[in-house]
Design a binder for this molecule. Structure first.
Ligand SMILES: [Zn+2]
Ligand SMILES: [Zn+2]
Length: 407
């Protein structure tokens, strides 16, 4: 009996593990710039919105690296070379995939790299640390690069119909090495420029056509059903994770690049924007965000909209300053926090369940991306200065979240 009851207990634990593991283990952690001892750098130009290309490089270091200490030293040497000899503003790549099984932040997301002339403004540059002319990177390095590309899409930094290229496709160079190049040629978005764009347009077109025709044309129904099935598969692969609407979605005007934040910050600070009626349609929400940028830049003389992100009543999360850049939303906390604003006034009633969930998803994404410590502290703006923000109803809500602390 004793043994039997133990077996049941063990089985139950295994069942729980089996459910819990797949949801949490696939996430990629990006090692922040501080991990490789990045020297401070001039902020490169911002890139507004999702870019079209991923460009793969190798760093050509003959023996690559296997320990984190070796890898971090190599990355630091690349920054020194790029900044010093080549006069770049910073290390040229957006991200570095290393032989220690880690992904390191170079320039990071949302900032223009210097890795492939005439593509820098419209691409994310990923370098594999080592020389991959005759042998390909490890399976783990390849998987890490794929996870990084997925994260870029989720974060709104990369179009879902992006094109994957090897550096050698953009200029006369042997980069990223023949073995690595042959490998990426087998990845789904390599050179396949038209497929998703075509599918998306077919899906959109069918949506309209079906409304008009499906009822009266029986022979067409089967065709439509087939297309719908394809559309459903294509769309569902991207819908579970949080998507951040890029700055271009709300018509952001160009702004001076705020200071970079190296590494993971300690605080999340919650605000409301105090717009009396909030917004429910994307058109309304986007106009409100644009108005906030105008107010912050012009009247308050900030370099840009003050918040890092905006959670809106249309159920979307919008990029403000985004990740890795210092906000202007809570003096004394700006350089060590991510500022999230709920669009509306939440003094007497809380945001919708959907808005609250999106904010939680965003906080999760910040941790995955290496922008927020796992032991972060959640605060309402009113805890940092004399203000009603984020409204009493929203403040009472966030006080129930796990990382909220009394300070
Ligand atoms: Zn290259
Ligand atoms: Zn506030």
């Amino acid at each position: 009996m004793n043994t039997a009851s133990h077996s049941i207990k063990l089985l139950a634990v295994f069942a729980i593990c089996a459910i819990a593991l797949p949801s949490g283990t696939s996430a990629l952690t990006i090692e922040p710039r501080s991990s490789w001892g990045a020297a401070s750098a001039r902020s490169p130009s911002r890139i507004n919105g999702a870019v079209e290309y991923v460009i793969i490089h190798h760093s050509d270091n003959p023996n690559g690296c296997s320990t984190s200490q070796q890898c971090q030293r190599l990355i630091k040497n690349i920054q020194t070379d790029h900044k010093g000899r080549r006069k770049f503003s910073d290390i040229g790549y957006n991200f570095i995939v290393a032989g220690d099984g880690k992904v390191y932040e170079g320039r990071g997301f949302g900032l223009q790299g210097s890795h492939a002339p005439s593509y820098n403004r419209k691409s994310i540059g990923i370098v594999f640390l080592g020389n991959f002319e005759s042998s390909a990177p490890s399976a783990q390095m390849l998987q890490n690069a794929k996870d990084l590309i997925e994260l870029a899409k989720q974060g709104g930094h990369l179009r879902s119909d992006y094109t994957l290229l090897g550096h050698r496709q953009t200029k006369a160079t042997s980069c990223p090495g023949t073995a690595l190049y042959n490998e990426i040629k087998t990845w789904p978005r390599w050179k396949e420029i038209h497929l998703i764009a075509y599918l998306t347009s077919v899906c959109a077109m069918m949506n309209i056509k079906v409304k008009r025709q499906m009822m009266n044309t029986a022979s067409h129904s089967f065709k439509f059903l087939a297309v719908f099935a394809v559309c459903a598969i294509a769309l569902s692969s991207g819908t579970s994770a949080l998507t951040i609407e890029p700055r271009s979605s709300w018509g952001a005007v160009k702004a001076r690049s705020p200071s970079r934040i190296n590494g993971a910050v300690e605080y999340v600070i919650i605000h409301h924007t105090e717009n009396p009626d909030g917004c429910s349609t994307s058109e309304q929400c986007q106009r409100l965000i644009k108005n906030i940028q105008t107010d912050h830049k012009d009247r308050r003389q900030f370099s840009d909209i003050g918040y890092n992100f905006i959670v809106a009543g249309d159920g979307k999360v919008y990029e403000g300053r985004g990740f890795g850049l210092q906000g202007a939303h809570a003096p004394k906390y700006n350089y060590r926090s991510i500022g999230i604003a709920f669009l509306g006034n939440f003094e007497s009633s809380a945001p919708s369940a959907q808005m609250l969930q999106k904010a939680k998803d965003l906080i999760e994404l910040a941790q995955q991306g290496g922008y927020l410590r796992s032991d972060y502290t959640l605060l309402g703006h009113r805890q940092t200065k004399a203000t009603d923000c984020p409204g009493t109803a929203l403040y009472n809500e966030i006080k129930t979240w796990t990382h909220w602390k009394q300070i």
